[in-house]
Design a protein around this ligand. Structure first.
Ligand code: 8YV
Length: 315
């Protein structure tokens, strides 16, 4: 029996390519020089799309595949998938939650520590010989015991909170409603109020039209000149122009960012700042997690084409 034909939107690590090509006939969209023509040629045969969180599947891609049955996302964020178009065409959608939750939370907390304690500058201080020539590295800022705010207490936000509790931090969170599993932490619905009482503000919201720019000028200035924002969600959750304005004017103390508008290209204003930690969207980027993500992408596709229940359905 012929293998289902899959549109592969972006590259996967080599350990995924083999098993994916064993199970499916793949069409490598990201290698096509003329992507419109590529979809015209292969779209009618495509039964599944294997994509990545940041690449998704837009309406044009979905409509170019009239026999599409499922979109499998390598990532927990499915905001780049046109869910309305998928729903209209009765296309299933899956993602890869849980397998990446703890690594993403680990990196978010690490970013807070690295930025607050100035570890990037300290590394340069040693390597440049400044330690010998100029003496002690400048003092930095304590983390333990400070006030943390978590904007979005889903799986990743909750794991961030668990880690911050280990630093004896005073934890509050904002979400659509209070979470019974977080009764030890303070629930503050309003994002500005959460920022006002926080030293560190973690943005861990699933991105959607409803959350776009939820971290706006008011939230940023409420966090203030001693505050730090840490973003391990999607750039769209923060008004990046307002963030840059505040960082440049020192109205916000600092930022630690793993996601950017237009990534991997980013606004060059970031590169001139000394109060921002820049990371290349790698919060889930460990061998263990990426292998689990890749397997889950395949297992969802295989389950669908075998007529079995999907492992991690979104739609
Ligand atoms: C992935 C992500 O690294 O999970 C997500 O939504 O953004 C990241 O964890 C990315 O989608 C992989 O390309």
């Amino acid at each position: 029996m012929s293998k289902p034909e899959i549109l592969q939107v972006g590259p996967y690590p080599e350990w995924d390519e083999g098993p994916l090509n064993e199970a499916f006939t793949t069409h490598r969209y990201f290698e096509a020089s003329d992507k419109v023509e590529f979809l015209k040629q292969h779209g009618p045969a495509i039964k599944g799309i294997a994509t990545r969180g940041e690449l998704g599947a837009n309406c044009a891609m979905i409509e170019a595949c009239p026999n599409l049955e499922i979109i499998s996302v390598y990532g927990v964020g499915y905001d780049a998938v046109d869910l309305a178009a998928a729903k209209e065409k009765n296309v299933r959608v899956t993602n890869t939650p849980d397998v990446l939750t703890k690594d993403v939370a680990d990196l978010g907390v690490a970013m807070m520590m690295v930025q607050s304690r100035g570890m990037i500058g300290a590394e340069s201080w040693v390597r440049s010989g400044n330690w010998e020539k100029q003496g002690l590295y400048p003092l930095m800022n304590r983390v333990h015991g400070k006030k943390a705010g978590i904007l979005g207490l889903g799986r990743i936000g909750f794991e961030v909170g668990k880690r911050l509790a280990g630093f004896d931090m005073d934890i509050a969170y904002s979400d659509v409603d209070a979470k019974p599993y977080a009764s030890e932490w303070t629930y503050i619905k309003d994002a500005v109020a959460l920022a006002e009482r926080s030293d560190f503000l973690f943005v861990t919201l699933a991105a959607s039209a409803a959350t776009r720019h939820i971290v706006n000028k008011q939230v940023i200035e409420a966090l203030g000149p001693q505050g730090m924002v840490i973003n391990i969600s999607r750039a769209a959750n923060i008004d990046e122009d307002a963030l840059l304005d505040a960082l440049e004017a020192k109205k916000l103390g600092s930022a630690a960012l793993d996601v950017f508008e237009g990534e991997p290209a980013l606004n060059p204003r970031f590169l001139k700042l000394d109060n921002v930690l820049l990371q290349p969207h790698h919060a889930s980027g460990t061998f263990e997690t990426r292998k689990a993500m890749g397997k889950l992408v395949r297992d969802n596709l295989i389950a669908h084409f075998n007529g079995d229940d999907l492992l991690t359905p979104v739609l």
